[in-house]
Ligand binder design. Structure first.
Ligand SMILES: Cc1cc2nc3c(=O)[nH]c(=O)nc-3n(C[C@H](O)[C@H](O)[C@H](O)COP(=O)(O)O)c2cc1C
Length: 294
């Protein structure tokens, strides 16, 4: 097929408008449109051209509910017309390599674990883009990781597969939200080698992105004490007791924390993530994938 570059600028401008959509209308995505956008993903680049993944297309209410529950009850998953579950999939090669008398350890090397993740993101992002350009909204859901046991039976997942990511798809219910700030081009892209970034440059780059955003601490008990406890335990992973006390005192005095404190202290709280990471690792192993069995 001849390629046509005349509309390139228009398409690129369109792509820059992408956003995560978390509110979907009831309109169904026609089957041919869905197949078309997934097909774009299947043409994505692949490390060693192994394509070590599979995609489960989930439309049924029961399975959507299951995915929602396995992903921290994020309601938009249930409201989405379709959820694509991206599986790391070494099962198919496990079978095929034996059929072809080929050696096979990819499911237990960190190298191929990362390659498979890279592959999945290439395919998923092509699908996200294709969906967006077709007027379909989408949102990734990463919080399925660590929860394979909840979906293994219902989705009939064989050993050596692992659900890495969901992409929820549907027609947007609302007009696009205001554009969120991204880190600037200069803060992200360096010529030839890592930029001579001063601490001040880094500070400015993130301040521009977060734009002074703060989050109020809850005023009512027990929420206030619970938040402060979580925040404190998170801080203790990175600061001395004295430093933690000072940071906490300031937060209590202000009645709010800054956006970075929220992200690493409450949302992805540092101490909990250390624990969760251990669970995620054993969850992956429970599916017969051993990311570092050397
Ligand atoms: C790997 C990955 C996992 C994500 N997981 C979630 C999720 O579980 N829930 C959610 O609401 N958004 C999730 N997102 C979407 C991000 O929150 C979103 O991309 C980010 O806030 C930037 O907003 P934008 O996509 O509108 O630019 C995820 C995005 C990525 C790339």
């Amino acid at each position: 097929m001849d390629r046509n570059f005349e509309n390139a600028k228009e398409i690129l401008n369109n792509m820059k408008e992408r956003y995560s959509c978390r509110a979907f209308s009831d309109e169904k995505i026609p089957e041919d449109v869905l197949k078309e956008i997934i097909g774009v993903g299947l043409r994505a680049a692949s490390g060693g051209d192994l394509q070590p993944y599979s995609i489960i297309v989930v439309k049924g209410e029961e399975n959507k509910k299951l995915l929602c529950e396995a992903s921290g009850n994020q309601k938009f998953i249930q409201d989405a017309d379709v959820n694509l579950v991206f599986l790391m999939d070494w099962h198919k090669y496990d079978v095929y390599t034996k059929q072809k008398n080929a050696p096979f350890v990819a499911y237990k090397t960190f190298f191929h674990f990362l390659i498979a993740m890279q592959d999945i993101m290439c395919a998923a992002q092509s699908i996200e883009t294709a969906a967006f350009l077709s007027g379909i909204g989408s949102c990734y859901v990463g919080s399925i990781i660590g929860e394979s046991s909840l979906v293994k039976e219902k989705l009939n997942l064989p050993d050596k597969t692992y659900p890495v990511l969901i992409l929820s798809l549907g027609y947007p219910k609302n007009t696009p939200p205001a554009k969120i700030n991204k880190l600037s081009y200069d803060a992200m892209v360096f010529d030839e080698n890592y930029r001579d970034f001063t601490d001040e440059d880094i500070f400015k780059a993130y301040e521009n992105k977060y734009n002074g955003r703060t989050t109020n601490l809850p005023q009512k008990e027990p929420y206030k004490s619970e938040s402060l406890k979580t925040f404190k335990n998170a801080l203790l992973t990175s600061y001395t007791d004295d430093e933690v006390e000072k940071i906490l005192e300031k937060a209590i005095e202000d009645g709010f924390i800054n956006e970075t404190q929220r992200r690493f202290g409450l949302h992805y709280s540092a101490h909990k993530l250390q624990e969760i990471s251990k669970e995620v690792y054993s969850d992956i192993e429970s599916m017969g994938i051993f990311p570092n069995d050397i």
